[in-house]
Design a protein around this ligand. Structure first.
Ligand SMILES: *[C@@H]1O[C@H](CO)[C@@H](O)[C@H](O)[C@H]1NC(C)=O
Ligand SMILES: *[C@@H]1O[C@H](CO)[C@@H](O)[C@H](O)[C@H]1NC(C)=O
Ligand SMILES: *[C@@H]1O[C@H](CO)[C@@H](O)[C@H](O)[C@H]1NC(C)=O
Length: 308
């Protein structure tokens, strides 16, 4: 009698176990964090015909609706450059959509005037930055594979387009090339309330593959197509720079240095004319400072700086 009861209990436990296993497998089967490449429509395309006149370098700047002042400063400074060291260069802004009709109207006017915005119909919020970056990759893949190089950068950056062009010409590596401020050994932050928190469910491993700081990285345009291509096959992360790093690892493309000296400064750098002549990118630059730096650089002469 007691023996029969025990058998029932065992059978019950076994059944619960099988159910648990089944449900846990169900949740893994339906990983919610998978990127759908090519999802959504392009709402705006910039005014460029890459087939007609292939650019040497396209700069794609992640921006948001509220950052009009930053966009204007970029349009007046490094974004204005179109002929650099004899090479064709263009700068465009990456944008999503806003809930506010005022903001959408303002952008429509801006587009009418400058034709330099790439926009898709995803919600423009910080944690959709990966979607914004992947929109840039998709745009290069579909509309501008003729470009030689692409830079992805941010709205609060100083970019020395001239020096970047010079280094890219010198490097002369036009396929499977990826450079920037390399983070070779970064790891996921597991503290729940950190801005960059990544759960073990999203990313179970203890290390990220090498990636470049999202403040500014540069690559040969074939990389855009290849990253776009593999983007559905790696875990989706809202950290866009790590996500691109996962794609690169899958493609076996290793980020490499652009120069023997440091040229990307994601942590910022104090301005001096001679220092900023020999860097590619610097973070934490306010719009007004950007305009001032640019004027000082334009008013200075090469020979004012010591040769190095
Ligand atoms: C990102 O955009 C999509 C599409 O518009 C939206 O459904 C989603 O809620 C957005 N993500 C966040 C974190 O708001
Ligand atoms: C760039 O590399 C190619 C081969 O990859 C070579 O033919 C060409 O001469 C190089 N150009 C310069 C300027 O070094
Ligand atoms: C995309 O991936 C498929 C298979 O994974 C491959 O055959 C194809 O060549 C890739 N295309 C590009 C542009 O890398």
């Amino acid at each position: 009698m007691v023996y029969g009861k025990m058998r029932l209990v065992y059978a019950f436990i076994l059944m619960m176990g099988v159910l648990c296993l089944y449900f846990s497998m169900e949740t893994f089967k339906e990983l919610p964090f998978v990127f759908k490449k090519g999802h959504g429509e392009f709402l705006q395309l910039p005014d460029i015909d890459c087939k007609q006149k292939p650019p040497f370098l396209v700069l794609l700047v992640t921006s948001s609706h509220k950052q009009l002042v930053a966009r204007m400063a970029i349009r007046k400074t490094w974004g204005r450059e179109t002929e650099v060291r004899g090479q064709h260069v263009r700068t465009f802004f990456l944008l999503g959509i806003s809930d506010s009709t005022d903001e959408m109207d303002a952008i429509a006017q801006e587009i009418e005037q400058y034709h330099d915005i790439i926009q898709k119909d995803f919600k423009d919020v910080y944690f959709n930055l990966t979607l914004k970056t992947m929109m840039g990759m998709e745009w290069v893949h579909h509309f501008c594979p003729q470009a030689t190089f692409v830079m992805k950068t941010d709205s609060d950056m100083f970019v020395n387009v001239g020096y970047l062009t010079e280094l890219l010409l010198k490097k002369n590596k036009t396929s499977r090339f990826f450079t920037g401020y390399i983070k070779p050994n970064d790891f996921p932050i597991r503290q729940k309330f950190n801005k960059w928190f990544v759960s073990k469910y999203e990313y179970p491993w203890d290390r990220y593959p090498p990636f470049c700081s999202g403040t500014g990285y540069v690559f040969s345009s074939d990389v855009a197509s290849q990253v776009h291509n593999v983007s559905e096959t790696v875990p989706f992360l809202k950290l866009e720079d790590v996500f691109v790093g996962l794609c690169l690892a899958k493609l076996r493309i290793r980020p490499e240095e652009l120069d023997t000296r440091q040229t990307f400064f994601p942590g910022g750098l104090r301005f001096s004319v001679c220092r900023f002549r020999k860097i590619v990118a610097c973070h934490h630059v306010k719009p007004l400072d950007l305009v001032t730096y640019w004027q000082e650089l334009e008013n200075s002469q090469e020979h004012d700086c010591p040769a190095v």
